[in-house]
Design a protein around this ligand. Structure first.
Ligand SMILES: [Fe+2]
Length: 271
């Protein structure tokens, strides 16, 4: 079974309102319009849709940051992307990134889940009944021996802050879900944030060391999949392969990866 993993698509739809001056949404819009910190090409996402049938994948896992300012318009672009994949018979799994909870309102109304729940299964297959929407963790059985566990570590953040949080409640739920998976299975844990902070605390997952310690107690977790940093990466920490597909739409450096459930990893660049 081959699973395509991609992240940080950052669909953007300008949405500047004079009455929202200095709001976090306006700051995000100005940043994106001026291209201060990013330049993304939506056409890369369209290219992937055009190529996907040749890649022989059954699943696509998207590691968050579908949007830029978490506006409804950006979520509608994201929905069209997901629907295009599903029309080709592909199962889509997804979790949110910090940009999908960019504003207080989007976070409070759980907009990511509200917009996607008619397309994506957020409950998965864990007998614990934990779902990504409510308990922030869901487990999916991909084959008899291979599971994907998705985590939602996004939080409401102030402007110029892109942190996530692995709190005690999530730790408890994650352990409960991991206990429910057959011990002989291989598990890929998917989260938007990396386990190692390279850019500074304003951009990092709080309690990441704690998450790492939890994963060390579960040797069945062989892969840690993350996005957020827009760099392709294949590394190893102890027994854990840490893999990042990079950004699917980043101008001049767009990439994704394919993980075979037998363990083979392929890097793909989009040009
Ligand atoms: Fe991010």
């Amino acid at each position: 079974m081959r699973m395509l993993i991609c992240s940080d698509i950052h669909f953007f739809a300008p949405n500047l309102h004079p009455w929202q001056l200095f709001s976090k949404e306006s700051i995000g819009n100005v940043n994106a319009l001026l291209g201060i910190n990013r330049g993304f090409l939506r056409s890369h996402a369209e290219t992937l849709i055009g190529q996907i049938s040749k890649l022989d994948v059954s699943h696509v896992l998207i590691l968050g940051d579908f949007t830029t300012t978490s506006s409804k318009k950006e979520f509608l672009l994201s929905k069209a992307f997901i629907a295009n994949l599903q029309e080709k018979g592909i199962t889509v799994l997804a979790l949110p990134g910090n940009h999908d909870n960019y504003t207080k309102k989007a976070y409070q109304e759980k907009r990511f889940y509200q917009m996607f729940e008619d397309l994506i299964d957020f409950r998965g297959h864990s007998p614990t009944g934990c779902s990504l929407k409510n308990e922030k963790v869901a487990a999916y059985k991909i084959t008899d021996g291979f599971w994907v566990v998705c985590l939602d570590t996004t939080i409401k953040t102030p402007p110029f802050n892109a942190t996530g949080l692995f709190d005690l409640e999530l730790e408890e739920n994650l352990c409960k879900v991991l206990e429910s998976i057959p011990k002989e299975a291989t598990v890929a844990l998917a989260n938007h944030f990396p386990l190692i902070c390279k850019k500074g605390e304003y951009h990092a997952l709080k309690n990441r060391e704690r998450l790492h310690r939890v994963l060390q107690n579960y040797p069945m977790v062989r892969y840690y999949l993350f996005g957020h940093e827009h760099h392709y990466e294949e590394s190893k920490i102890d027994h854990l392969y840490t893999l990042s597909p990079g950004s699917l739409t980043l101008k001049n450096r767009a990439s994704f990866m394919i993980l075979d459930t037998n363990g083979k990893v392929e890097k793909h660049d989009l040009v």
